[in-house]
Design a protein around this ligand. Structure first.
Ligand code: F6R
Length: 612
């Protein structure tokens, strides 16, 4: 949550910072602000609301500073307001700070600082940081070059919680200090300039060379240099990492919204994810893992842990893991898993899925599994993200940057990668050879079939026009289709604000059917030949109570029974969610558009949930 950007170089900082903030707005859009060092000292401009409000502030074009920090906020402590907007300054106006994360002990620090004569003007946790830096700065009687760094370091060691910080100081107009702990931050290396950002895509148009920071590594940036220090302020060496993403992949490329673009990028995302692990007539290769048959035989349980859509990808994978590998597989929500003393030991394999790689609960669950001795695998879409640096092993989806808050291409790529992982395990174990051979063919055919599925968008758009004013929509499915029902309901509610719920179709008559009344919309997903007749019967139960029905299926059913049937290509039941979810992603998208909502930035949400 919250996005931060920084620039130090020879150009005017403010347009670069605002450009970066626009790209990071998906991380929060309650307020935006920038601080630059001008000839007469530190300047701050900020406002409630979106970056556009900041951009339109009188005087913003007059900023000349070539060093600056910026922030777009997702409110945690204190309501969205100008006073609570970042950057925040200390009382003497010597330091300016932007912060992403949460300071858990801010009340205690606030009391300490108040007792020492400091005054607070906002309700944020962040405001303690510049004042604490000032406190240590003033206490230091030396005049050495590292005085600024020492003050930031001392302040950070007092902070409990998570933070990614950028700090500038009026006494050090040539430097910016950055540090992170449990919140994301990258440094982009330019030519005679350096950039800072919460994520890579925001500054990808300026550079492809990045420094990735570990927890409590401090950096002094100047326009030509980046000096790195550990928490004891010993200097450390750092190499840059070149990121292969294309800058245009972080742009809309002619699509109206990022979400629509990302839905249409699924054939490529899936093709690239498959290509990284599987070729025709070959074994699945996961060189990063190098697991032996002996190790896989020793596993007592696989845990797949994630949040939201990533967790739904895990639910799809449970099926294929258990069937192919014959290992019990449990799927858990990270924020629940952590607090229920899970039975994990050295024979447990734990897999964590996170598109952003920055989700606080998922990272904390991973740390817990590590403490209990389990092997951990992170599945992420972002190279070098925090989760990949915590896990024993990391594997990547190749979906490219996902900017829209609602996840689409990351989900389908996660399902593909997890299926390939299950095949990799099963091949080592020597299990399920016949199933695997056919499954691999179906996986290799997926990009073509996803393309075909995307062609139905007009029919879905028209159906969305008929139902966009409804208040409740239900999604039903059985088996693997039930996982798609969950994902589709989540997609609809998050971007259309329509109440959407999903149920296993067979559970309907045990309670939820009481909600069905005339003209309500029910969406059924039916791709498993074993279950299709049963699901049809369940849908009949709602039709006879007056429901309108949309069906997504690859089976032969009597279309006349339903208001609309979307036919998708046939494929192996293990991977059918990759196709059946697509019409329902489009359905959610078109409903949101009909309602005139901001599809890419739904209210109250942020792309990367870096607070617990
Ligand atoms: C929904 C959505 C969220 C994320 C969840 C986990 O469309 O995007 O539910 O899936 O916040 O995020 P990551 O995968 O970044 O850990």
């Amino acid at each position: 949550m919250c996005g931060i950007v920084g620039y130090i170089g020879t150009k005017k900082a403010s347009p670069i910072l605002i450009n970066g903030l626009i790209r990071l707005e998906y991380r929060g859009y309650d307020s935006a602000g920038i601080s630059t060092i001008e000839k007469d000292g530190l300047s701050i401009m900020k406002d409630k609301g979106r970056v556009n409000n900041l951009y339109n502030l009188p005087g913003i074009d007059d900023l000349e500073g070539t060093i600056g920090i910026a922030h777009t906020r997702w409110a945690t402590h204190g309501k969205p307001s100008k006073e609570n907007s970042h950057p925040h300054m200390d009382n003497s106006k010597a330091f300016s700070v932007v912060h992403n994360g949460i300071i858990e002990n801010y009340n205690e620090l606030k009391k300490f600082l108040t007792d020492n004569g400091y005054t607070f003007y906002s309700q944020t946790d962040t405001e303690v940081i510049p004042n604490l830096i000032h406190y240590y700065y003033e206490k230091d009687n030396t005049n050495d070059d590292n005085k600024f760094l020492k003050a930031v370091k001392n302040a950070c060691l007092d902070l409990k919680g998570s933070f990614a910080l950028e700090v500038i100081c009026k006494d050090f107009p040539e430097n910016m200090i950055v540090v992170r702990k449990d919140s994301p931050l990258v440094i982009g290396k330019g030519n005679g300039e350096n950039y800072v950002s919460s994520d890579i895509p925001a500054i990808l148009s300026f550079t492809k060379d990045f420094y990735l920071l570990n927890d409590l590594e401090f950096v002094i940036l100047s326009k030509n240099d980046a000096k790195f220090y550990d928490k004891d302020l010993n200097m450390i060496e750092k190499e840059t990492k070149t990121i292969e993403w294309n800058a245009s992949s972080a742009e809309k490329d002619g699509f109206e919204d990022f979400m629509l673009k990302e839905i249409y990028e699924q054939p490529t995302a899936i093709r690239e994810t498959i290509g990284s692990k599987l070729n025709e007539n070959s074994k699945c290769e996961f060189d990063e893992l190098n697991f032996t048959k002996e190790y896989l035989n020793s596993i007592n349980k696989i845990y797949i842990i994630a949040c939201g859509t990533a967790m739904h990808a895990g639910l799809v994978a449970k099926n294929v893991m258990e069937k192919l590998c014959k290992i019990q597989t449990e799927v858990d929500i990270a924020s629940e898993f952590r607090y229920r003393e899970p039975l994990v030991d050295k024979n447990t394999l734990s897999i964590f899925i996170s598109q952003s790689g920055e989700t606080a609960d998922t990272i904390a669950a991973l740390k817990l599994c590590k403490e209990k001795g389990a092997k951990t695998i992170a599945i992420s879409n972002v190279i070098g993200s925090s989760i990949t640096r915590e896990a024993h092993y990391s594997i990547y989806t190749h979906a490219g940057p996902e900017i829209a808050v609602a996840s689409t291409k990351a989900y389908t790529s996660q399902v593909v990668l997890l299926t390939l992982l299950a095949i990799y395990f099963a091949e080592i174990l020597g299990n399920s050879k016949d199933i695997i051979e056919n499954l691999k063919k179906d996986i290799l055919d997926l990009p073509k079939k996803v393309d075909e599925t995307l062609k139905d968008s007009e029919i879905i758009k028209n159906f969305a026009k008929k139902v966009y004013q409804e208040h409740d929509i239900f999604f039903l499915g059985r088996g693997i289709d039930e996982t798609v029902a969950r994902e589709s309901a989540l997609k609809l509610k998050e971007i259309s604000y329509i109440h959407a719920d999903s149920y296993p179709a067979g559970e309907l008559k045990h309670g939820p059917i009481a909600l069905i009344e005339k003209d309500i919309t029910v969406i059924g997903i039916m791709t498993d030949p074993k279950l299709v007749d049963k699901t049809v019967s369940n849908i009949q139960e709602v039709i006879s109570r007056g429901a309108k029905t949309l069906i997504v299926t690859n089976q032969k059913i009597d279309s006349k029974m339903f208001d609309l049937v979307i036919k998708i290509p046939e494929t192996n039941a293990f991977i059918s969610p990759i196709l059946s979810v697509i019409p329902l992603q489009l359905f959610a998208y078109y409903i949101s558009k009909e309602k005139g909502l901001d599809v890419d930035k739904p209210r109250n949400l942020a792309k990367s949930v870096t607070v617990e």
